[in-house]
Design a binder for this molecule. Structure first.
Ligand SMILES: Cc1cc2nc3c(=O)[nH]c(=O)nc-3n(C[C@H](O)[C@H](O)[C@H](O)COP(=O)(O)OP(=O)(O)OC[C@H]3O[C@@H](n4cnc5c(N)ncnc54)[C@H](O)[C@@H]3O)c2cc1C
Length: 436
């Protein structure tokens, strides 16, 4: 049982969210004279950078997830509750959750981000997001379901919408995902679906800007575009999505593509519980902090990672939404709290940018390290190494390495199981008729 504020002699630090930021922070408080209570709606940490490999069947979902209790099994001052945090009462220092109310001395909001459909309800209804394991599994099932549907149809024109796959957003997620789907076409389709011709399948990548990987160097952007084209991906630049009704996607350039599968990687926005003042919510639904990760106007409350908006001179629009930024802030806040408890001042947080990378199918990647650029096989090996050492858990690393090795040797994309059939939402007009 957890003790109440009046019953305990030590401080309680509540961390909402067991993502990259929350986990790093909790770890840094090991052996400190405080209680760390981590609350997450899931009992596991998700390694989001490899979600696209779950979505395309290279990895099983348990290879990129790690149980939070197991992660902290040797940390004496650690407690965990699997719960949804619903509301923060910062005046009385309580968090209200789906399993009860807990008091805190320090609170860290590390709740990350969710998919942003920019208010387009119809797109939101039918497009597939990829922010967590369940959503990645849905994509895997749905892509395979569409192949199964396609083989049932005699006419090519009837099969078309089942074999057109559209990925929206040309950032790292969209680039990696569209490359991996194109590899399904190249290596799996012919073997598993002899009734279909691989020429019938099309992969589209839609990007609103004039290039893919806009946040990376010019060279990386150009290389990634070339790799995608070599894999057969149709890249549509300077174009946004105007609508998607579940059967046809319409674009701002006036074109439309018949498709049952639209995967949305075009935007994210912060997610957090209720109880925060509207004035401190910034662009992208992120919580404004000062230079020391403290939420503006809230005593002893910090926000870190994707949910936080720390605007600095170098990053006037906030820090980039990447794992290293969340981890560095987690580490920083752990030390900040210790300093605060010892009545010591802290320097402002400074983000150290380690570089960026993205992979485009087998054997190809791009890596930007400061002013140094790498591409091709060497970049791909670097990408694999960095991801392998970053995944939590020895077993997960071994399983991932074995899977990648098998895929490299056989070009076989692994898991092709439809365990839970993905049920698409019904068309709006049908729902309205049924309610009537
Ligand atoms: C598909 C994809 C690919 C990516 N690729 C890369 C990459 O290659 N490199 C890179 O650096 N970054 C990448 N990122 C971004 C990176 O994953 C994020 O920047 C990072 O996860 C942010 O960490 P965080 O701790 O802020 O939040 P998260 O890791 O998102 O963790 C948030 C946690 O909070 C929990 N939570 C949220 N709300 C509540 C609530 N109300 N109650 C209880 N629990 C809650 C969630 O369950 C989750 O566990 C990628 C992201 C995605 C989606």
């Amino acid at each position: 049982m957890l003790l109440n504020r009046s019953e305990r002699s030590y401080k309680r630090i509540i961390v909402i969210g067991g993502g990259f930021g929350g986990v790093e922070l909790a770890r840094k408080l090991k052996d400190r004279d405080v209680e760390v209570l981590l609350i997450d709606r899931n009992n596991y940490h998700t390694f989001q950078p490899l979600l696209y490999q779950v979505a395309t069947g290279t990895l099983a979902s348990d290879s990129i997830a790690f149980p939070l209790r197991k992660m902290f099994k040797s940390q004496q001052n650690f407690r965990f509750r699997m719960a949804e945090v619903e509301r923060i009462d910062h005046e009385n220092k309580f968090v209200h959750t789906s399993v009860g109310t807990y008091d805190y001395d320090y609170l860290i909001i590390a709740t990350g981000a969710t998919t942003n459909f920019f208010g387009n309800k119809e797109v939101e209804r039918y497009a597939l997001p990829m922010k967590n394991i369940v959503e990645a599994q849905n994509i895997r099932s749905y892509v395979l379901q569409n192949f199964e549907e396609a083989v049932l149809r005699k006419n090519m024109s009837d099969r078309e919408r089942y074999l057109n796959f559209v990925v929206v957003g040309g950032g790292p997620t969209g680039v990696e995902l569209s490359g991996a789907i194109a590899e399904i076409q190249l290596h799996m389709m012919k073997k598993d679906y002899p009734e279909l011709s691989s020429n019938e399948m099309n992969v589209y990548l839609i990007e609103g800007m004039g290039k893919v990987l806009g946040a990376l160097s010019e060279k990386s952007s150009r290389d990634a575009e070339r790799y995608l084209k070599e894999l057969g991906v149709n890249i549509v630049l300077n174009t946004t999505v105007t609508n998607y009704d579940g059967n046809t996607i319409t674009l701002s350039n006036g074109e439309s593509i018949p498709t049952k599968t639209v995967i949305w990687g075009a935007g994210v926005m912060g997610q957090f519980p209720e109880g925060l003042d509207k004035e401190i919510i910034q662009r992208g639904n992120r919580i404004q902090t000062d230079g020391q990760c403290r939420v503006i106007g809230m005593q002893d409350v910090y926000a870190i990672g994707d949910v936080a908006a720390m605007m600095t001179e170098k990053y006037p629009r906030g820090l980039p939404g990447v794992a290293p930024a969340a981890q560095q802030q987690g580490k920083y806040v752990a030390q900040h709290i210790m300093n605060n408890m010892n009545a010591q001042e802290s320097e402002d947080f400074e983000y150290f940018d380690k570089g960026s990378m993205a992979t485009v199918g087998r054997n190809r990647a791009v890596v930007d390290l400061k002013s140094f650029h790498m591409n091709g096989f060497l970049a791909w090996m670097t990408w694999m190494f960095v991801h392998l050492v970053s995944i939590f858990g020895f077993r997960n690393r071994v399983v991932t390495f074995v899977n990648w090795s098998i895929k490299f040797l056989t070009k076989n994309s692994g898991i092709r199981l439809i365990i839970n059939k993905y049920q698409r939402p019904q068309p709006m007009d049908k729902v309205i008729t049924e309610v009537d």
